[in-house]
Design a binder for this molecule. Structure first.
Ligand code: PGA
Length: 253
């Protein structure tokens, strides 16, 4: 059985105080209201990782991740944070290849493949993002485009390593725009990605890979999206900054 995951991507938001308050509220609501199978992964900016992890403590079903890691192991790379450092501060997950990183920071498929390997080598679970631009969706070439991102970023991995990966499909035109993909559009792409994984790693590994949807997911549309057979959760941006919305999304399974 593949995991149901709702991951919050705080992006470059939240001061120390705000992050602590948001986390405490999420933990309290989950304790009181959530008995479902979905787990939560909080992905705050780097400085929050250690204090948020401390707040989470032994809480069940809540995990901590980063939004990025370096493609280098260690050394003179000012401003970068390695997978090893993240793991030593308690991170369990790391988002890799978010479209904002690909676009604004020019992260190539080659770099992303290196990040994935370093994350795995340090015991972090990569949440590998993929997704097409509006231009590509309009041209109708979205399926091969997104499959190619998986091939380039992940298909060098051994079957054992690949089976530790979580995938997040995030159509770029749906991120932060309020324009979510329809549940059918999400399902079609998720099923196509699962077939693509099966063609490389076999049916068992494909069936066990969690594929999350991201892009303007909110408490109103989460239930319909998560009801689709190949949608195993969400990567949530804006709505993860509001405890009530985030927990309602987790409860949508
Ligand atoms: P959004 O962001 O939910 O605000 O659209 C999703 C993401 O970028 O991960």
């Amino acid at each position: 059985m593949r995991k149901k995951i709702v991951a919050g991507n705080w992006k470059m938001n939240m001061t120390f105080e705000e992050g602590q308050t948001l986390t405490s509220e999420i933990l309290n609501m989950m304790k009181d209201e959530h008995s479902g199978e979905a787990i939560a992964v909080l992905n705050p900016p780097f400085p929050h990782i250690f204090p948020v992890k401390k707040l989470i403590g032994q809480a069940k079903g809540v995990f901590i991740g980063a939004q990025n890691c370096s493609d280098k192991e260690a050394g003179a790379f000012t401003g970068e944070v390695s997978a090893k450092i993240l793991a030593s501060f308690g991170a369990q997950y790391v988002i890799i290849g978010h479209s904002e990183r690909r676009e604004y920071f020019k992260e190539s498929n080659e770099m992303l493949a290196a990040k994935v390997k370093l994350a795995l080598a340090n015991g972090l679970t990569p949440i590998f993002c993929c997704g097409e631009s509006l231009e590509i969706r309009t041209a109708g070439t979205h399926e091969p485009n997104v499959k190619f991102q998986l091939t380039e970023g992940l298909f060098d991995l051994s079957p054992e390593d690949f089976s530790k990966i979580v995938i997040a499909y995030e159509p770029i035109w749906a991120i932060g725009t309020g324009k979510t993909a329809s549940s059918e559009e999400a399902q079609d792409m998720h099923a196509a990605l699962r077939r693509h994984i099966a063609s490389k790693y076999g049916k068992d590994i494909a069936e066990n890979t969690s594929i999350l949807y991201g892009g303007s997911c909110n408490p109103k549309n989460a239930q319909e999206l998560f009801a689709k057979p190949d949608v195993d959760g969400g990567l949530i941006g804006g709505a993860s900054l509001k405890s009530r919305d985030f927990v309602d999304i987790i409860k949508s399974f």
